[in-house]
Design a protein around this ligand. Structure first.
Ligand code: ZN
Ligand code: FE
Length: 257
């Protein structure tokens, strides 16, 4: 399975999964159809699957047009998104499995950004290979999604599920927000040497207009404040010893940043 990262709208990424042997493709969160159609054309591949993480327009905006071109494609979404995602879907919940080519994704229910958000986790098929996590707007590189429909408790539970995946899992999140996220992270975790190093790396990459996605879960655990609610440094910063409250206060500060 090859993964193509397609920039879309102002700061979204669409991920196209390609099986060159079978000439088939799947797409994760098609914000718009045009970049997907162009990539499929180049690859001479048929779209058979649309994986949606949640109902926001910048994640499902391309569904209808893609289904016009590929009416047999299957659309997947979270069961709580019933009625909110364009196209006839197969609804998924925690613990479900879906196949693409020779890979199988496990479904994680990760509410918080929305009440229905799901993530698709492809475990590694060989030793020393990374797993792949498509997590939409739940975990970002250096940050996490805003809480539009969920509570801090839900989001901490969701991020906890992600945090237990193997360190070498690649994080394919849906937005290029990394630099801004790390600028905020430095205001709450300024003595973290891994964070300082990451910030410099990301700043240089963005100056060269390079994408910072995917990141590695291991790096997120070390530098992303929204996976570090149990770190004393961050708890002291927000004057709390409660993990949920620590997360909630950090999220509130980021909303104002
Ligand atoms: Zn969203
Ligand atoms: Fe989004």
């Amino acid at each position: 399975m090859q993964i193509h990262r397609l920039p879309a709208l102002s700061d979204n990424y669409i991920f196209l999964l390609h099986d060159p042997d079978r000439r088939i493709a799947a797409v994760v969160d098609p914000a718009e159809a045009a970049p997907v159609l162009q990539c499929l054309q180049q690859l001479q591949a048929e779209l058979i699957t649309i994986f949606n993480t949640h109902h926001h327009g910048d994640h499902v905006g391309g569904n209808t047009r893609l289904l016009q071109k590929f009416p047999n494609a299957t659309v997947y979404g979270g069961e709580n998104d019933r009625g909110r995602i364009p196209g006839p879907q197969v609804f998924l919940q925690e613990g479900d499995h879906v196949n693409f080519a020779d890979r199988t994704a496990q479904i994680l229910f990760v509410p918080g950004h929305t009440k229905a958000h799901i993530a698709y986790y492809f475990p590694p098929t060989h030793l020393n290979e990374p797993g792949e996590l498509f997590c939409g707007d739940t975990l970002f590189a250096g940050g996490c999604g805003r809480l539009f429909e969920g509570t801090p408790t839900q989001m901490v539970n969701s991020l906890s599920k992600i945090r237990t995946l193997p360190d070498h899992t690649r994080i394919w999140c849906a937005h290029e927000y990394t630099l801004k996220n790390l600028q905020f992270a430095l205001t709450v975790d300024q003595t973290n040497p891994d964070l300082q190093t990451r910030y410099e790396t990301v700043r240089a990459m963005r100056q060269r207009s390079e994408s910072t996605i995917p990141s590695l879960l291991q790096e997120e655990k070390r530098t992303n404040p929204f996976l570090r609610w149990d770190q004393p440094v961050l708890q002291a910063k927000v004057k709390s010893q409660d993990p949920i409250q620590t997360f909630a206060r950090l999220r509130g500060m980021k909303d104002q940043f």
